[in-house]
Design a protein around this ligand. Structure first.
Ligand code: C5P
Length: 246
């Protein structure tokens, strides 16, 4: 029973990134993966094919949908975007924390309003810190910041929390300092996950699924190691097994 509870919980911690614009692939992947994984993530590729129908369609199959469009614009625009996506049924939405405190605060208010009017739960709102494809050298080169990358991640996490969002997207390598700064009730969602048997690709600040869980990730996001596997269901099950061993 305890083991079952643990498995159920772990299933809810894995988010599969459906990074493709091929409608048939999305259909097949979601239909196959729903056996073991409730959460799926759709970005621009899948959204450009499915549009807002993605939400009722995927949720009718039992999926929860993380809309990964990483909003970053003036507060008024992001508030409207987030309100609209809330109304249509996204279960998790992210925005760049670098868009600023006001942008994130107005987005939160807009999601509250839209959820209230539609009589649905408010989606989980996340701030994206620094992309997991960027290492320290890339960070210094592109941002010219006086801070180290890890310090900037913690700074942005605190800004996200101050704005009233629920958590951040960050590398598994930054979980510990974020937890220390933002506490246990702040969600940490980590892409940059690579099982030992998978290719690294363009990701830089990475760990294995087990290590991310051990470090305290609330959700892990995995794309290519599952969707490009010969047998995506088996790959997802192998990752869940690794998470179980953590
Ligand atoms: O294929 P892979 O497992 O690298 O996919 C990771 C997913 O998480 C991609 O959809 C990517 O856009 C997303 N992501 C990320 N790093 C962030 C935020 C989102 O890799 N900081």
């Amino acid at each position: 029973m305890v083991q079952k509870e643990k498995v159920k919980k772990l299933k809810d911690k894995l988010i599969v990134a459906l990074d493709t614009d091929d409608g048939e692939d999305i259909d097949w992947l979601s239909g196959t993966l729903i056996e073991v994984v409730p959460w799926v993530k759709i970005g621009f590729q899948a959204f450009s094919t499915l549009g807002i129908e993605a939400f009722p369609w995927l949720s009718a199959r039992g999926h929860k949908v993380f809309l990964d469009l990483k909003f970053h614009d003036i507060p008024n625009t992001v508030a409207r975007d987030v309100g609209m996506m809330t109304k249509h049924g996204a279960n998790m939405i992210n925005m760049h924390a670098a868009g600023g405190l006001e942008m994130m605060q107005t987005a939160r208010n807009s999601a509250d309003d839209a959820a209230y009017k539609a009589d649905i739960p408010r989606p989980i709102l996340l701030g994206v810190t620094i992309l997991t494809s960027m290492d320290e050298t890339g960070f210094q080169q592109n941002f010219g910041s006086e801070r180290q990358l890890a310090e900037q991640v913690v700074y942005l996490a605190q800004l996200t929390q101050a704005a009233g969002l629920d958590g951040v997207v960050a590398s598994p390598l930054e979980i510990e300092p974020i937890r220390k700064a933002c506490g246990d009730n702040f969600l940490i969602v980590t892409p940059g996950i690579r099982p030992k048997w998978a290719e690294t690709g363009d990701q830089r600040r990475i760990t294995t699924p087990a290590e991310a869980i051990n470090r305290g990730a609330d959700y892990i996001v995995v794309g290519r190691p599952i969707i490009e596997a010969e047998d995506p269901l088996e790959a997802a099950e192998m990752i869940l097994d690794e998470m179980r061993e953590a």
